[in-house]
Design a protein around this ligand. Structure first.
Ligand code: F6P
Length: 552
């Protein structure tokens, strides 16, 4: 499908006109004029016992503008693009690869092909192997070199080989019944050192997760971990204490991990889309094969929803077009996430990679410069914590920051009163952002509370809330494995839709390369006095100062 420049579509021109027309749009008035707005602007994903209810009524938009966002999808041939993605075509053109993470969620009988070759058989075979291995570790059948059962698993990886599985392990903490699972990603030695401090080599298993098996941080951590085991238990212990997850068998072998201890995945799986593959091994070790399969089931149901539901009812499409509406037509530069579920805190990091590595691009898939804004800065914190840190700026700051609120109807922790408090806070924040409070109301409240006229006048501007600030609310029945699978897949597809509408390749990440490359040059200069002179003056000066401070 040839690429469409979104700004040249007729829908884009109409959207620009809508934006001008809606400059003074007031959601409060829109609700007053249309009492059914909340009901009309809600859609539900409801499959495999999981529910994701999306309320998108609190947005600076009306039906005509929404219709043109869907028209934009049509003009950009979104339907064909979705089918092309699912067909296994090499949509990641700059790397010549397919992006078929949906195949990782496949069930027997599903049909996914790359270059005409069915990949479902491979997926199911590897899945069977790593789930069996996870169960063996959990049940104490896979033991350390001394015969002791594994109590602690350390995943060594970074980016997609860390954030996805870490997010899911944390999110599934309520049902975590396997060995403890730790994640070490940072090149900073403290990350590994502090993690190992509490661990016993005899009962620790390392999972080295790296698609390429060349990532500098991961290799450094893996080699240090290897030394830690070898020093404590001898070289011959390595085989019982290390497994690898990778697409690079040769590099895994060179590290000293045999093929029987390696779990493969494929070049058509992007790092940030890999948690469904053997990269998810730590998840399976934490919660077991059945929970892992449930997570896949939820994601698979979301794939089906995305592929078969008309745009107007399609959750990933709705989230994508609303995001684009603010980024491209309202100058919003950031998008905030507020999961009101403490175990989901890491979703923010995962989505930062998913969104910003995917759509943080300034040229189209054909290499043309874009003349429109792309990826938002994604940020946020779990509720209610965020309310006591940055929500001030959401309510009274000058930036327009759309928010996704996420909350579940059921909690499962059994602590009386907490969940009602949490839900009330979540719903109230969305309400406050929309409703605001007028200066007159603030003034009247203060007078009623006994403040002098002078004090009330002086304070009123500070206690006024403009309101009319947008948010979506996603209400789940519960954040169980199935729903979490659906939720993460929903955001994956949202990003794909935005990438498609922006004519980008959402599956490459060349932007991470320059820093990696320069780090090698700077690293070489660190050890030799004066060697940084050939670098730019700021770097050279900092290296010289570092060398001096290091000696003192
Ligand atoms: O540097 C970015 C990146 O390439 C991510 O896209 C990827 O998830 C991460 O590094 C880790 O890569 P690997 O799994 O090959 O170690």
């Amino acid at each position: 499908v040839s690429m469409v420049t979104p700004t040249r579509t007729s829908a884009w021109r109409r959207l620009q006109a809508h934006r001008n027309r809606l400059a003074d749009f007031d959601m409060r008035r829109a609700f007053a004029d249309d009492p059914a707005r909340a009901v009309r602007h809600a859609r539900e994903f409801n499959a495999t016992d999981s529910v994701l209810h999306l309320d998108y009524s609190r947005h600076l938009i009306d039906d005509a503008a929404l219709a043109d966002l869907f028209a934009l999808c049509r003009e950009c041939a979104l339907e064909t693009r979705i089918e092309t993605l699912f067909s296994g075509a090499r949509v990641n053109r700059s790397e010549g690869r397919a992006a078929l993470h949906m195949a990782l969620r496949a069930a027997p009988g599903d049909d996914f092909r790359v270059d005409g070759r069915d990949v479902v058989g491979d997926v199911l075979a590897v899945r069977g192997r790593f789930l069996a291995f996870a169960e063996a570790v959990r049940q104490g059948q896979w033991r350390g070199h001394t015969g002791a059962a594994i109590t602690d698993v350390v995943n060594i990886g970074i980016g997609g080989s860390d954030a996805g599985p870490r997010m899911m392990v944390e999110a599934l903490a309520p049902v975590h019944d396997g060995p403890r699972v730790h994640f070490v990603s940072n090149a900073d030695g403290w990350h590994l050192a502090l993690t190992l401090r509490a661990l016993d080599p005899r009962t620790t298993l390392f999972v080295v997760a790296s698609k390429t098996f060349t990532t500098a941080e991961t290799m450094a951590n893996a080699h240090s971990a290897r030394r830690w085991i070898a020093d404590a238990l001898g070289e011959e212990a390595i085989g019982r204490h290390f497994v690898a997850v990778s697409t690079n068998l040769d590099a895994v072998r060179a590290f000293g991990i045999g093929p029987e201890q390696m779990f493969a995945f494929w070049d058509w799986v992007g790092g940030r889309y890999s948690l469904w593959s053997s990269v998810g091994l730590p998840i399976a070790i934490a919660v077991g094969a059945a929970q892992f399969e449930a997570m896949l089931g939820g994601a698979r149901a979301m794939d089906l929803h995305f592929r078969t539901t008309r745009f107007e009812d399609n959750l990933p499409v709705l989230l994508a077009v609303l995001g684009l509406w603010y980024i491209d037509f309202w100058d919003a530069r950031t998008h905030s996430l507020a999961p009101y579920h403490q175990p989901l805190s890491m979703l923010i990091t995962h989505l930062q990679q998913l969104e910003m590595e995917s759509t943080g691009k300034r040229v189209t898939i054909d290499g043309e410069s874009v003349d429109y804004a792309t990826a938002p800065v994604v940020w946020g914190a779990a509720g209610t914590n965020g309310q006591h840190t940055y929500f001030q700026a959401l309510h009274q700051g000058t930036a327009l920051i759309p928010v996704d609120f996420l909350v579940a109807a059921q909690s499962g922790h059994g602590l009386a009163g907490h969940h009602e408090m949490l839900v009330a806070n979540c719903l109230a924040q969305a309400q406050a952002l929309m409703q605001g409070k007028t200066r007159a109301a603030a003034h009247a409240e203060m007078r009623a509370a006994g403040l002098s006229e002078e004090a009330a006048q002086a304070l009123a501007p500070h206690r006024e809330f403009p309101g009319n600030r947008p948010s979506s609310t996603l209400l789940a029945r519960r954040f169980d494995a199935t729903t979490l699978g659906a939720l993460v897949a929903m955001y994956e597809h949202k990003v794909f839709v935005q990438g498609s509408l922006w004519s980008l390749n959402p599956f490459d990440q060349w932007g991470v390369e320059l820093g990696k490359e320069l780090a090698r040059g700077v690293g070489n200069a660190l050890g030799t006095e004066g060697a940084a002179a050939s670098h730019d003056p700021a770097t050279a000066a900092l290296v010289a100062r570092w060398q001096a401070l290091r000696r003192d």
